[in-house]
Design a binder for this molecule. Structure first.
Ligand code: CIR
Length: 253
């Protein structure tokens, strides 16, 4: 069960953030509305929300997930791979000191984004992407193994971040798309397979009793409900425009 989440209001500069998608410029009013609905959904899931104010100097900083990797015992402050995002970690480390005593840090030349890290029980999967390099992945693997977790490094072929294409629900069940459907590293898991036209829905998150899923992906929603989960649908259009998904908008612990 998660007790806490950290979220951060998107600033006006959000519309000028990094993106590889061709979906247009986000509408800031809608961004705020969609973010507020996300926070409300988190509250419905029974977590305490720590809500940070916007930082105009960091356009992508609402995607807090990339700044840290959290376990019940310790926090790892990442070293985000995009130069314009690197400074986001300073505020997050200060905030996490309210909750954690034990910290590790990913050091340059290693880079690592939290979006590349998927935890399945006591096993972490670490994606190597345009943001997370091999040095960063190896550092995190060593930290996790020193703390008695398992860790596997997974080089990505197509997805932006590891969690863009795979999420863990519970009871050995993952939701997965694209290159991860028949990936040998995930062969032992039961799978909900997201159809290609719904790929964005692979980034959903289980928060206590509910699976948060993006709105408008009916087949994936049905599969998740048929597997026995309650769902909350959230409009995510303005975050999808900036390559962000549901997991990216919070740190959960
Ligand atoms: C970026 O390019 O860094 C942001 N526009 C999107 C980050 C998405 N984060 C995530 O998947 N964890």
């Amino acid at each position: 069960m998660y007790k806490n989440v950290i979220v951060k209001t998107p600033g006006k500069s959000y519309v000028k953030g990094l993106t590889t998608s061709n979906l247009g410029i986000p509408d800031y009013e809608k961004v705020l509305k969609q973010h507020a609905a996300y926070v409300e959904a988190m509250e419905k899931c029974g977590v305490t929300v720590t809500h940070l104010p916007a930082s105009e100097q960091f356009p992508d900083s609402t995607f807090v997930e990339d700044t840290a990797v959290l376990t019940p015992e310790f926090a790892v402050i990442t070293n985000p791979g995009a130069a314009s995002r690197n400074g986001e970690i300073q505020e997050m480390e200060t905030v996490l000191k309210r909750f954690y005593e034990k910290f590790y840090h990913i050091q340059s030349p290693g880079t690592l984004d939290g979006g590349d890290i998927l935890q399945i029980e006591d096993h972490f999967y670490i994606g190597i992407s345009d943001r997370t390099n091999e040095a960063g992945a190896r550092q995190l693997k060593a930290i996790l193994e020193s703390e008695h977790y398992k860790a596997t490094i997974v080089p990505l072929k197509e997805f932006f971040h590891l969690k863009t294409g795979i999420t863990y629900l519970s009871d050995n069940l993952v939701v997965t798309a694209g290159e991860f459907i028949s990936h040998p590293d995930f062969a032992t898991y039961e799978k909900i397979i997201v159809p290609p036209e719904e790929e964005y829905a692979a980034n959903c998150i289980l928060v206590n009793d509910y699976v948060l899923i993006p709105k408008g992906f009916e087949t994936t929603k049905r599969y998740i409900q048929e597997a026995g989960y309650k769902t909350i649908e959230l409009e995510m259009s303005e975050f999808q425009k900036q390559d962000g998904g549901l997991s990216c908008l919070s740190l959960r612990f």
